[in-house]
Design a binder for this molecule. Structure first.
Ligand SMILES: [Zn+2]
Length: 99
């Protein structure tokens, strides 16, 4: 369950939706209501590992995003960062230059 952004309690419950369809939550500890913030969504390690495995399969990014329940935009950013950080230790296949 989503942690409360005000008091960090995890005693939160779903509390309907707002007009644009975003999920609204209510904290049972402090009583505040808050909205899930997709732009600040933290993707946990288990999901990243799942994505890493899915990337080895020949399936589209859209399918990976759907399977891992992340946005395609986040997935693209993740991949960009991932490959930017990979040290060039082994170059088995020649790669195209300039993308
Ligand atoms: Zn709270």
């Amino acid at each position: 369950m989503l942690a409360c952004p005000i008091c960090a309690s995890v005693q939160t419950v779903k509390n309907g939706r707002i007009d644009n369809g975003k999920q609204r939550f209510k904290c049972q500890d402090c009583g505040r209501q808050f909205i899930e913030q997709p732009t600040k969504k933290v993707i946990d390690q288990a999901t990243r590992e799942l994505i890493d495995r899915l990337l080895l399969e020949r399936i589209s990014l859209a399918e990976i995003a759907r399977a891992a329940q992340v946005s395609e935009q986040w997935l693209q950013t993740y991949i960009n960062e991932k490959y930017a950080n990979v040290p060039r230790q082994v170059q088995v296949t020649p790669k195209k230059k300039g993308g």
